[in-house]
Design a protein around this ligand. Structure first.
Ligand code: FE2
Ligand code: FE2
Length: 142
C-alpha cells in the first residue's frame, strides 16, 4: 500500500510529463495533437487538485484542527493554477504559441514550488496524522 506522499507525488510526476508533452507539441506547432494533449494535462491536474481539496485537506484539517495554515495556502495556489490553465487554453485556441509558452512557464514555476511544499511538508504531515490507506482509497474513489 502507498503512503499519501508516494501516491500524490507520483501524480505530480505524471502531470509534469503531460505538461512537457503539450509544451513540445506547441513548440512544434502541432496544434491538433497539442489540443488533445492539453485536455489530458488539464483533466489530470484538475482531478489531482480535487483529490486534495475534497479529501486530503478536509481530513488534515479535521484531524489536526489546523484550518488557517498550509491547506489554506495550497487552496489559494490551486486557484492561481486554475486561472493559468484557463489562460493556456485560450492561447491554445488562438494558436498563439508565444502566449501559451509564456503562461506555461509561469504555471510551471508556480506548480513546482507548490508541489515541493506539498511533498516536503504537507504530505509527510498527512502521513503522520492520518490513516494513509483509508485516505488514498477515498481519493481513488472520487
Ligand atoms: Fe496541491
Ligand atoms: Fe499536489
Amino acid at each position: 500500500m502507498f503512503s499519501i506522499t508516494e501516491y500524490l507525488t507520483d501524480e505530480h510526476r505524471e502531470c509534469d510529463e503531460l505538461y512537457a508533452k503539450v509544451e513540445r507539441l506547441v513548440s512544434e506547432e502541432r496544434w491538433q495533437e497539442a489540443v488533445k494533449a492539453f485536455g489530458e494535462f488539464r483533466d489530470e491536474t484538475l482531478r489531482h487538485f480535487q483529490k486534495e481539496e475534497d479529501v486530503l485537506f478536509p481530513e488534515f484539517e479535521g484531524r489536526t484542527g489546523i484550518v488557517m495554515g498550509p491547506t489554506q495556502v495550497m487552496r489559494m495556489e490551486h486557484a492561481q493554477a486554475r486561472e493559468l490553465i484557463s489562460r493556456m487554453g485560450e492561447a491554445l485556441e488562438k494558436k498563439d504559441k508565444r502566449a501559451f509558452l509564456s503562461v506555461g512557464e509561469t504555471f510551471m514555476i508556480l506548480i513546482q514550488q507548490h508541489n515541493m511544499k506539498e511533498e516536503q511538508i504537507l504530505y509527510p504531515m498527512c502521513d503522520q496524522h492520518l490513516d494513509a490507506p483509508e485516505v488514498v482509497q477515498k481519493m481513488e474513489a472520487l
